[in-house]
Design a protein around this ligand. Structure first.
Ligand code: FE2
Length: 396
């Protein structure tokens, strides 16, 4: 064990490691920013687009408005609305085929993380052919995918600005990631008004996904000063507004905070990483199709406790970002964990046991968690046995 890890002083004695920071996505933030999308497509000579969404978002009034504005601008649009939660490999292949069939010059992704992740992967398959799992090997993405324009309708995923896409391989019930800056969206139109119709349970789940992105990005071994800055501000915004956004869906300030928090957390984790919480959440989502944000929410406090000795200073800084008073760093780290537990409770999310996890599945879940690409960045090195320990605690 490295002595720095042993003392729980991760990062404190290190000078800054070399890092690259690339943010290829232009961000257009603000209420009604979506109104500018048709004109920008016209300016780029993109006159035929595939709009990828899901059946819930397809029937929202803002979708009708967008389709009407695209039509008025003379843009040919085909709607693909068959994206499922935890997007599946076949969703991507069908969406890519639809893009090829209509000779799409670009893709609009409208929705939460599922349509956006599906769209990123479909943009690659439509451009280069093959099967989506081929692109788990990012060296196979040899150029720009079809240009992608993202419009998030939830505040949580951050996928509107990240260059990763998490897809379920349905033959293995395993989630894999396609990750390359070549699949980064060209422009993200981020309009907090689009989140006002989210019901409380969804607001809570996606908001805790965003908080998990921020906390994992800040404590991941691949963190750097720029991801740190984004992560800590995300923690501050989400901590102060999550419960308000859940209880008062039309609170513009709370929705604005959550949208900014989600965006910042997305920037943070795409330049740092996520870690063990996401490793478990993706194993659960792949196996049981449970909502990603809920999986993170129920797992986050348990992993923070498990990691605590390996990142006391960092967890204490999270407590500071949450405005929590404390004496020693150990006390601060503990208070951060307690605060996260309280947020999960106050937002009314279900408990781990409600997922219906079977004892006989635990070994498979532990092994799939350990082979997740983000496991290497957890502050505490974790094997499948470590994941087994955490999963058994969650089951208890
Ligand atoms: Fe996530």
């Amino acid at each position: 064990m490295h002595p720095v890890f042993e003392r729980g002083l991760l990062f404190m004695n290190d000078i800054t490691k070399p890092f690259n920071f690339i943010l290829p996505t232009e961000i257009k933030y603000g209420e009604d920013s979506i109104a500018g999308l048709p004109g920008i497509l016209k300016d780029r000579d993109i006159e035929s687009v595939l709009l990828i969404t899901d059946p819930v978002i397809k029937v929202q009034p803002f979708t009708a408005d967008l389709l009407q504005n695209l039509s008025l601008a003379g843009i040919n649009v085909t709607v693909f609305d068959r994206v499922e939660p935890n997007p599946k490999d076949y969703n991507v292949m069908e969406a890519a085929a639809a893009a090829v069939d209509m000779k799409a010059r670009g893709i609009i992704a409208l929705g939460g993380g599922s349509p956006i992740d599906c769209a990123k992967a479909a943009a690659v398959v439509a451009a280069f052919g093959g099967k989506v799992r081929d692109y788990e090997d990012s060296s196979k993405i040899t150029g720009d995918a079809l240009p992608l324009f993202t419009v998030p309708t939830t505040a949580g995923t951050g996928s509107e600005v990240t260059f990763s896409s998490v897809i379920t391989d349905t033959s293995e019930n395993f989630k894999f990631t396609v990750k390359s800056s070549m699949i980064a969206p060209k422009i993200a139109f981020i309009d907090p008004l689009l989140t006002h119709s989210m019901p409380p349970a969804l607001t809570a789940a996606v908001g805790l996904d965003a908080l998990t992105h921020a906390i994992e990005a800040f404590t991941a071994r691949n963190a750097n000063p720029l991801s740190d800055a984004a992560a800590l501000h995300a923690v501050e915004l989400i901590n102060r507004s999550l419960v308000r956004a859940v209880r008062s869906p039309k609170d513009r300030t709370a929705r604005d905070d959550m949208m900014n928090g989600s965006l910042l957390a997305g920037i943070a984790f795409s330049h740092s990483d996520v870690a063990a919480v996401h490793c478990i959440a993706e194993a659960l989502g792949g196996k049981y199709d449970t909502p990603h944000g809920v999986c993170n929410a129920v797992t986050l406090p348990a992993i923070m406790e498990y990691n605590l000795d390996y990142g006391v200073s960092r967890y204490a800084r999270i407590a500071s970002a949450m405005g929590l008073p404390f004496g020693s760093e150990e006390e601060g780290a503990r208070r951060a964990v307690e605060r996260v537990k309280l947020l999960v409770k106050e937002t009314g999310l279900p408990e781990f046991r409600s997922f219906g996890v079977q004892d006989e599945d635990l070994q498979e879940l532990a092994e799939n968690s350990a082979r997740n690409g983000s496991n290497k960045d957890n502050p505490r090195p974790m094997t499948a046995e470590d994941y087994m320990t955490v999963l058994k605690r969650l089951m208890a």
